[in-house]
Design a protein around this ligand. Structure first.
Ligand SMILES: C[S@@+](CC[C@H](N)C(=O)[O-])C[C@H]1O[C@@H](n2cnc3c(N)ncnc32)[C@H](O)[C@@H]1O
Length: 281
């Protein structure tokens, strides 16, 4: 693990970031869930997941660009090095695509189940100079939907299997909080990586208390969950042990990785992050 490089800001800024910003986000979510429900009342009963994606697309359309100006740690530096055949898991509206270097990318696939985000995503693909290289794939990252979609694109060497690896780089930026059955999904992403392939992550995690975080931030995180975060935010869960899931992929106990270089960020915040890369053996 990379050493912890957390510098807590002054108390007032911490209050703003820990209380006011998440409160604003939750209010947006309540508002857009209501508006979406009023516009498409049946969708919530017919397809709850599609309803959540539609509501969250509107929230992300409002806040995504601003929340992407600055990402934790060295995320932008790592994104600049993404190369070869790339899988971008949950690209949303593509706010981070401008951080990639198109010259290093042979082909990229953005797996985005929220179809309402696709038009904005396509715009950002074009803006980032990735037109013709970056393909939007309309499905979730869970194996049950991802594998058939990749198979349809003729990306899997053996039908329905992915053991030899397909991707040189997989990007998981603020998305593993939202996939259902995280461990199965991460295991499959591991299988989809080529040997020596890199998984680049920037993910928020369960408050690491006791250990790295204080009990205050742990309690604050629980309060945001109680306020409805885990239900409202398009499936985003605040309390996931994503590092544990990543380390366990590929046989468990970090054995599947040649290198794990992950640092903890903002452990003073109720929504702390891990940022780094894992390289497959
Ligand atoms: C917080 S946004 C982050 C978008 C982008 N990765 C970024 O950092 O700018 C989370 C994205 O994950 C997508 N998402 C949610 N559930 C998903 C799933 N099961 N598989 C793939 N993407 C998913 C959402 O639709 C949304 O676009």
């Amino acid at each position: 693990m990379a050493p912890v490089e957390d510098v807590a800001p002054p108390l007032f800024e911490r209050f703003l970031a820990s209380v006011l910003k998440p409160a604003g986000l939750i209010c947006y979510c309540y508002y857009y869930l209501l508006i979406t429900f009023l516009q498409w009342p049946l969708l919530a009963f017919q397809d709850l997941q599609a309803f959540r994606h539609r509501a969250f697309s509107r929230v992300w359309g409002k806040v995504g660009a601003e929340l992407s100006q600055q990402l934790e740690g060295n995320t932008f530096d790592m994104l600049k090095t993404a190369s070869g055949v790339v899988l971008d898991v949950g690209p949303g509206t593509g706010e981070i695509l401008c951080r990639l270097d198109p010259a290093l990318i042979t082909k990229a696939y953005g797996v985005e189940p929220a179809v309402d985000m696709h038009p904005a995503l396509q715009k950002n693909i074009n803006k980032a100079g990735l037109a013709g290289k970056y393909e939007i794939v309309s499905c979730g990252a869970e194996p049950a939907t991802l594998i058939p979609a990749l198979d349809k694109l003729a990306l899997l060497k053996t039908e329905g299997r992915s053991n030899e690896g397909v991707f040189d780089t997989i990007l998981c930026i603020r998305v593993l909080c939202s996939v259902s059955n995280q461990q199965d999904t991460v295991n499959e992403l591991y299988r989809l990586l080529k040997p020596g392939g890199r998984l680049i992550v920037c993910e928020h995690i369960a408050s690491p208390w006791p250990g790295r975080a204080s009990v205050v931030t742990w309690i604050l995180q629980k309060l945001w969950i109680l306020a409805g975060w885990n239900v409202l935010m398009g499936g985003c869960k605040l309390n996931r042990d994503t590092v544990g899931a990543l380390e366990a992929a590929g046989g468990g106990d970090r054995k599947g990785w040649k290198k794990i270089d992950i640092g903890y960020w903002e452990t003073w915040h109720p929504i702390p992050f891990v940022v780094g890369e894992l390289v497959k053996i």
